[in-house]
Ligand binder design. Sequence first.
Ligand code: 3H9
Length: 692
Amino acid sequence: MTTINPVTDLTLEGDVAVLTLNSPPVNALSAPVRDGIFNGIRQAIDNPAVKAVVLICDGRTFIAGADITEFNKAATGASLFDAQAMIENASKPVVAAIHGTALGGGLEVALTCHYRVAVPSAKCGLPEVNLGLLPGAGGTQRLPRIVGAERALEMVTAGTHVGAKTCKEIGLVDELVEEGKLREGAIAFAKKIVAEGRPLKRVRDTDDKVAPARGKPEIFAEFRKAHARKFRGFLAPEYNIQCIEAAVNLPFDEGIKVEQKLFRELITGVQSAAQRHVFFAERQVWKLPDVPADTPLIDVKKVGIIGAGTMGGGIAMNFLNAGFPVTIVETKQEALDRGIATIRKNYENTAKKGRLTLDDVEKRMGLLKGSLALEDLADSDLVIEAIFENMAVKKDVFGKLDKIVKQGAILATNTSALDINEIATAVSRPEAVIGLHFFSPANVMRLLEVVRADKTSKSVIATSMAIAKKIGKIAALVGVCPGFVGNRILAQRQREAQKLILEGAMPWDVDRVLYDFGLPMGPFAMSDLAGLDLGWSKETSKGETLRDRLCELDRRGQKTGAGFYDYDANRNASPSPVVEKLILDFAAEKGINRRTISDQEILERCIYPMINEGAKILEEGKAIRASDIDIIWINGYGFPVYRGGPMFYGDTIGLDKVLAKIKEFQSQMGDDFKPSALLEKLVAEGKGFKDL
Ligand code: 3H9
């Protein structure tokens, strides 16, 4: 065995050289890995005893891509292009042996190999688009030369990981080898191609798969049109498409030039910086500074849910999907039946769309038990209360649970508004109480706020995070405060949106600005969707707010065909003259002198107080890190990923500018805009949230 460098070894197995990379955790293409490939391949080729080379990785995966942590640093050693050229121009066949995931630059390296073998569990993909990038090491030019333009378009714009069996079918992998026997299989394959005298296949020299799309711009136009909604606001998908077009229409080297130019634009841009921030934030959010990784976990086998309404039912579905037996408790048979029927209907609808089999539906329903007695939750390991927001009722339920549920179980509340410390006073074991704040629809939304109360034990926290992962959520640990993190920040935006429409804007102006910023919908469209009458009643309405007046006119949102907007039969919204008049009258009554409000002001008024509130939340220790707040807002409220979340966005604007505006607003409008001390401190020190 020859050691090429600390992460690369070269061994000889008969006349096959095996170049092994070992750079945990994911064999990313850091400088030593690139050097290892470059020098290792050269040595292997220079050795007259070698007839073929196998490139393989130790550890959990084949190369998972470029080293993302290196992107902002000056490159050293062999470039990725040097390493790839060494492989592709080799005078002896080089075989990539793939296990785990060959992703991004990893697959691009494999694409310069003359042949590729993989174990059946392996996956290949070019997921750069998820980092706001495109495959910048020839991937956009080589992939379509194997799989054709249409498949390549799908792969690079969705970033999907394609299973090895499919890879074999589409020609991306030449042969599947037995699971667990990659090394032997790859060596045998290498010997076979030598024995058969197979040619050195250089993907770059082929044309037959891209030729059919040449001179057919409609393929690309249709693809853009079909995905316009999904790609809205993102630069990377469009740039990826342009590269595939170049692969189809230009010679290889010209195509590479296009790829390089567009890659450079993306990697130096703010969108990719934001998306890379999100990549790391999604991994950081699980790390809890004061809850050690080896904290003992509670063995959760059975789950109890109280309340079979929309929330309770949605929460139950998460656990049923993950194979947990669930007992759901209601107070009345009718409500229980309705709740269970809704769960079944949701599953059946999914089955109709082909995303579940009927067998899966029955399996899930078979795990669900309905009950009218809290006593049936006695042997649950995790109980989640999801009843309406009333402190007295919740405390009563928790008091009962305390007497019924076995010791050691987690007693969770799904409250979005109430003080969990107070709820915990209803039990003799406050260490067992935690908030599990699901977002509606709970079976769809990825976010879970795990809310730690003063006395919650570390084991309960660690178990809650682990359970969140098991049910496919992204969880952020937060502290108890009104609205917790997500809704507390939302309240800032909602308040300003309401003020803006009295001061001079119309709901559709505010919505348009926030939609164009990248949110899925603006606050008024959102209110119409949720229903304006949440918490409103005809009997008690005093017509004091715009909302009261809309509801009094039976404009209660989409469900009544009218709210802030008018809706047609297909629920398409249009600005409403009735609402316009209502707003003008209301403002006049309040003595407000309406003025023209710019889009810029709308944006700053809605977003900057969110950033300021985020800073207050950090100051108070209610979120662990700024990037956790970004994760909450991206996954719970649809904040555009390409802006990195509100806190990252603040950094990209410059916190000095944000603070200056906040102060200007404070001088005009008072303490709704009181600056956070942390924000002031960061600005004084010339720092951003990223430096915390
Ligand atoms: C690219 O290739 C550009 C090229 O086209 C052009 C170049 C010129 N770099 O996710 P996990 C870390 S762009 C650095 O928890 P899993 C990760 O942060 C790249 N670090 O494990 C984590 O660190 P920590 C295209 C990386 O088993 C640890 O590894 N490739 C990278 O759930 C474990 O990660 C991609 O986009 C990296 N590339 O999933 C693939 N990847 O432990 C990105 C991971 O300190 N990676 N880390 O928190 C993934 O999708 C998943 O990590 C993977 C494993 C599926 C591989």
